[in-house]
Design a protein around this ligand. Structure first.
Ligand SMILES: [Zn+2]
Length: 281
């Protein structure tokens, strides 16, 4: 690892390696740069740790412009890494003309399989709701123009996110990353054909409404992700998350949906490949 250590990973021990999965899966949303990766060797080492437990690929997601440049590079360094490019809603105030022009170019790269993460975040107040809504609408339009899936970040903003998607007209594929709604919200997403991706919180012991939501998402709209280095799954909350920790969440989700782990892996692998248009890795 080279350069400065990202604040998200400083002073935190890595989650222990889980039992390997028998059927491979793909981490539908992670942040390899925030996990501490700087160069091609870092990415290779992180993806080797993931592959060793059956996590065969990852979508690494940008949250600002520097990160957008980096994720496109990273996707070029490793055959099982793909990128998503956008400006996180908390950074919506930085979406000026120059940023738009650069994001458009980066998002058009063939290794970029989604536009985002974008959406609304009413938890932090780095950018105001109107600014966030404008930036969200711009990303929706970009996804439609490029014919790529839209990767949504929705924090404490479910109704407004759905309303803006409705009023702007959603692209063909919409993904709610780190889904945080209840069963009614999951049903609304399923009705609209939106893909729902579950991260570590679905494994948390107090995640009752999220657990209920996880039972109503149809197979063809279900994905799993780490959102690493954040949101480390139970029972390792507080430790540093990485793509190789995905099996913890996969096993929790299989239990919630009362299916065998192998079956769930097949299901989410098929959905993830279809959603992002990925070849066999
Ligand atoms: Zn994320």
């Amino acid at each position: 690892m080279t350069g400065d250590v990202h604040p998200a990973v400083a002073d935190r021990t890595l989650v222990p390696a889980p039992e390997p999965l028998a059927v491979p899966v793909i981490d539908a949303h992670t942040h390899l740069d925030a996990c501490g990766c700087a160069d091609a060797d870092d990415v290779a080492a992180t993806m080797a740790r993931a592959a060793a437990v059956g996590v065969q690929g990852a979508i690494t997601v940008a949250d600002d412009l520097a990160s957008a440049r980096w994720v496109v590079q990273a996707a070029g360094w490793h055959p099982s890494v793909y990128a998503a490019v956008g400006l996180h809603p908390t950074r919506a105030d930085r979406l000026d003309e120059a940023a738009r022009a650069e994001l458009e170019l980066l998002a058009a790269d063939p290794r970029v399989v989604a536009v985002g993460e974008t959406g609304l975040d009413y938890y932090w107040d780095y950018a105001g709701p109107a600014e966030q809504a404008d930036a969200f609408a711009w990303h929706i339009d970009l996804a439609k123009r490029l014919g790529k899936p839209l990767m949504i970040h929705d924090r404490d903003a479910h109704d407004d996110v759905l309303a803006i998607l409705r009023s702007q007209g959603p692209p063909d594929t919409v993904i709610f990353h780190c889904f945080s709604g209840d069963a009614a919200m999951a049903a609304a997403c399923a009705d609209a054909g939106y893909v729902v991706s579950f991260a570590g919180p679905v494994s948390f012991r107090n995640a009752r409404s999220l657990v209920e939501a996880a039972t109503v998402v149809p197979n063809e709209l279900l994905m799993v992700e780490t959102d690493a280095p954040f949101l480390t799954p139970h029972p390792h909350r507080g430790k540093r998350n990485e793509p190789f920790a995905l099996p913890y969440t996969v096993r929790a989700l299989a239990q919630i949906r009362s299916v065998a782990v192998d079956e769930l892996c097949h299901t989410v692998m098929l959905t993830t490949r279809t959603v992002y248009g990925l070849p066999d890795l």
